[in-house]
Design a protein around this ligand. Sequence first.
Ligand code: IPE
Ligand code: IPE
Ligand code: MG
Length: 258
Amino acid sequence: MQQRTSSTREIPNTDSIPQHIAIIMDGNGRWARNRFMPRVAGHRQGVETVRGVIKACIERNISYLTVFAFSSENWRRPSDEISLLMQLFANALEQEVTKLHENGICFKVIGDVSKFDSGIVQAIQKGEQLTAKNTRLVFTVAANYGGRWDIMQAFRKMMIQSNELSLKSLNFEEENLAQYLALSYAPEPDLFIRTGGECRISNFLLWQLAYTELYFTDTLWPDFNEHELDRAIQSYQKRERRFGRTSEQLQVAMPSEG
Ligand code: IPE
Ligand code: IPE
Ligand code: MG
């Protein structure tokens, strides 16, 4: 398995265009409520936004896009909203996967999918297999995902795989665990965006966001578009990613022109 740079162990190569963007798509319910519409209308419009953001990411040469669609805590919602969300997910899988494939996009799902209906699980597997070799954009949907679940499932896998020797010495490094995390195929996100005005992580990628630049906007997800994405990228470009070093150290390494 390919080993990805861990931002806490090595300073990653970074570019002015984020290689990986992770998004908490929040605010669908409020968008609908503002229009006196049922919450599901907001979720429906949210799917349209995802389509636009995928296109915008491709146009901007972003290699990885990861979106939070359903958290492990979202089961706490009213059952009718959960059923409608599942229906919407099933429909989107049915309608979008072929289009993703035609556009050279690799589709992946992270999260505990065993909790979904078998029809959804099969559609996910089919979609992942069909698009596995595509390289234009890796589009990951986090569904029944939780950051703590991810660390726990990785820990469990690591313990199962570890031989008796390493168990005896308990000689584990970050990398031993990282390879079992659900998103181990992708570099750590450079830019995190949360729409909808809340300034929290809500149990999204807890491990992977260690050195990610965070961007919060009040824009509700159904209203998010390529201009909003550019605003987030512009904010990212103004950040100084120090990874623990001082600003002076960075200036010695990359003296600014003029
Ligand atoms: C995000 O929008 C979508 C999901 C969590 C599935 P919300 O449904 O949380 O919308 P708000 O936060 O209530 O406006
Ligand atoms: C986070 O949104 C999860 C997703 C967008 C899928 P929530 O709306 O569920 O987050 P909280 O509960 O307000 O933190
Ligand atoms: Mg919300």
